[in-house]
Design a protein around this ligand. Sequence first.
Ligand code: SF4
Length: 462
Amino acid sequence: MTGEGMFADIPVEVGVVFEGERIRKQQMHAELGGPNVEEKFEILEVKGPGEVEDGKIKIIGPDLPQMPEGSSHPFGTEIAVAGKGIEPDMAGVMERRVHDFSNWIEGYMHLNQRDAIWLRVDKRSVKKGLTLRHIGVVLARLLRSAIPLIEAVEVTFITDPEEVHRRIGRVQGIFEERDARTRGMTDSDVDVFFGCTLCQSFAPSHVCVITPQRYANCGAISWMDGRAASRVDPKGPIFEIAKGECLDAGTGEYTGVNAVVKEKSLGNVERVQLYSAFGYPHTSCGCFECTTFYVPECDGLGIVHRDYKGKTPTGLSFGAIADSTAGGRQVDGFHGLAFEYMRSPRFLSASGGWKRVVWVPSEVKERMKDQIPPELKDAIATEKDVTTVDALVAFLREHHHPIMDRIKAPEPVPAAENPGTEVRRPQTASQNTVTIPGGSVSLTLKNVKIHAERMIIRKKQE
Ligand code: SF4
């Protein structure tokens, strides 16, 4: 699709070719949502017949040409759809398509979802005449053409900060209701899981496996959403996965999941253990809400979310950790995930669950305060407690974090016996995976068994 034909009235090109286009700060006309503003959201709701005026595009607040160059704005997108046969359960899945379709517009970059959206508009596209009204028209047409059940679409963009503020509470309430629908269900209550490959345009070997107890990485698609989507379009990007034989209930490994992931990743990923951060962890695309990171000094896991602007105790930001995690890879200890998955009783259960978590930003701690076991609340550090790994290890020891039972305290070696000798913390094995940290390189050995009473590192003599 291009500026001709279906989009002849749009002043920029429209097509899948623009997916993945990045707009740098120097090149942006304006930023909508993103890390510089508190309030932003994007929601699609299913309405009854007669409640949606097909083709209506409404802008509340300034449109793109009225925005000063280089400015950031609170932003809301509300899309209402109606049509016979559309189930309300499909809203989350249709909403996720807004991400793809927005990225088809030349000079319009869309990242994330729900109340974490981040958009940028390129100066050149605004010079060509692009407005929010055009963007609304493109989204409405693409949604109708991709989902034939939709008979009417209405799009409202809100750039007025007070109006965004007034509406965001209702929208977040709807997200919470959607997420709550699968709480209480377990994987053994169902015969099928669902898979999603929508992110393969960015991460070609990534396949999300969505179960009642494992929400999709982006936080936008639950097992219920997957079921609704696959019923309407069984050959679409969201599809049913027969569980098959359970190979390991502890790690969450199933023959059916392995077979589908292997096929859909074109052989790049052969095994997935749904509830483990090590060995064969679930792959990570790039739009995960949070990611874990491994802290070898205490064999623990940190978690950092997309909106966290500071550095973790390892010295790395969310962006740097996300780079090591994303792309459809399986990286020990680095694991993209959704907030809702942290509410699951199976949250990283094969890797220790919350008992393995040693650091989270204070915002995550507050958001997950009802999920973190009471005995761990004071033992998990935040940026307010520590800023370095050494301080983190001391904090964990002082607060009797259970992770300290996994590693022994360093044994001092008499200096007279071993001049110039340092003793490092013992390395620990997890599911036959050992990670040995280094200065700029870390070495990961898989499927090995190592027994060492003591590890001695000697300084080379001149
Ligand atoms: S993160 Fe997963 S579920 Fe969400 S859109 Fe991407 S592939 Fe689909």
